[in-house]
Write a protein that binds this ligand. Structure first.
Ligand SMILES: [Zn+2]
Length: 126
C-alpha cells in the first residue's frame, strides 16, 4: 500500500512554533519578511526609499517619494485587528496542523477569545 506523503509531511511542533513565533516581535518580523522580502516597497508608487516611525505603538513606513504611510499589516488580513499577531499566528498554526477541520468554538477555547457571529450569519438570507 502506497504511503500518503501529505499525511506524513513534516509539521511544526507546538514547542518549535512557540520558539519561532511566540513573541509579537517574531510574528512582526515574519510578516515583514513575507510582505517585503527585498525590503520596503511603497504599495502606492513602488519606491523603496523610506523612513520609519512609531505611532500608537506600531511601526509605520513612510515613502520618501510620495509620503504614503503604511504598516506591515495594512492591506493584509491582519489590518485593523485588535488582537496581537501572536494570537493570529497561533490560530494559523492550529488550523494548519490539524488533520481535520478545527471548529470555530474549539479555536475560541484554544485561543481564549470570543467569537462573534458575523452579521450576515445572524440575519436570514431572504
Ligand atoms: Zn510611494
Amino acid at each position: 500500500m502506497a504511503m500518503n506523503r501529505v499525511q506524513f509531511q513534516k509539521g511544526l511542533s507546538m514547542s518549535e512554533f512557540l520558539k519561532q513565533y511566540g513573541r509579537v516581535e517574531q510574528c512582526h518580523a515574519a510578516l515583514l519578511a513575507s510582505r517585503w522580502p527585498e525590503g520596503f516597497v511603497c504599495p502606492h508608487c513602488g519606491e523603496t526609499h523610506h523612513s520609519t516611525f512609531i505611532h500608537d505603538g506600531r511601526q509605520h513606513w513612510q515613502c520618501q517619494a510620495c509620503r504614503y504611510q503604511t504598516t506591515v499589516t495594512a492591506g493584509t488580513i491582519f489590518q485593523a485587528t485588535k488582537l496581537p499577531l501572536t494570537l493570529w499566528f497561533l490560530a494559523m498554526h492550529l488550523l494548519t496542523q490539524a488533520k481535520n477541520n478545527v471548529a470555530a468554538l474549539e479555536l475560541m477555547r484554544h485561543l481564549g477569545v470570543s467569537w462573534r457571529r458575523p452579521l450576515w450569519l445572524t440575519k436570514p438570507l431572504l
